[in-house]
Design a protein around this ligand. Structure first.
Ligand SMILES: [Zn+2]
Length: 161
């Protein structure tokens, strides 16, 4: 099997993923999909923290539902409720996604796992929010939307709270 640079067509060694000539990096399909899903998730979580409901509506699939587990409780939210209660964090700074892993994919669905960190300036004592997440996606007309989220609230070491 030939391995050719997608950008400059240089012949590369069979296992080479970065072109020695032009520096282009070839991603496999799973890596490219995972980046795309992370982008959708980052956009969504940012919109949620800021209460940008129009963006949320475009990124949440019909029938979306989430489960949030923490402090001995389990809360479930549907799409309407999620959009309704979003926002209000005036001190929101950023979303971090780490440890991302693609769990499943078909042509129209995908599922990823990751750890989410939400950082807010707030008061000096305010701690970042940490969660272990499993997020399911569905592809609608070429765009990935979030179909379901399963969140476990943790401390900064990943221990369930
Ligand atoms: Zn090249």
């Amino acid at each position: 099997m030939e391995n050719e640079c997608p950008d400059c067509s240089a012949k590369l060694a069979i296992n080479q993923t970065e072109c020695s000539y032009c520096g282009a990096v070839r991603q496999n399909a799973d890596e490219a999909l995972l980046l795309e899903l992370m982008n959708v998730l980052r956009k969504y979580e940012t919109a949620r923290a800021r209460g940008n409901k129009l963006v949320m509506e475009s990124l949440l699939a019909d029938g979306y539902e989430s489960v949030e587990i923490g402090y001995g409780e389990e809360e479930r939210f549907d799409r309407q409720k999620t959009i309704e209660i979003a926002g209000g964090d005036k001190d929101f700074l950023s979303i971090g996604i780490i440890g991302e892993e693609l769990l499943e994919r078909t042509s129209e669905t995908a599922k990823m796992a990751c750890a989410l960190t939400t950082i807010s300036s707030g008061t000096i004592s305010s701690e970042p929010y940490f969660a272990r997440a499993k997020v399911s996606f569905v592809c609608r007309e070429g765009h990935w939307q979030i179909a379901a989220e399963h969140l476990v609230i943790t401390d900064k070491n990943g221990q369930e709270l």
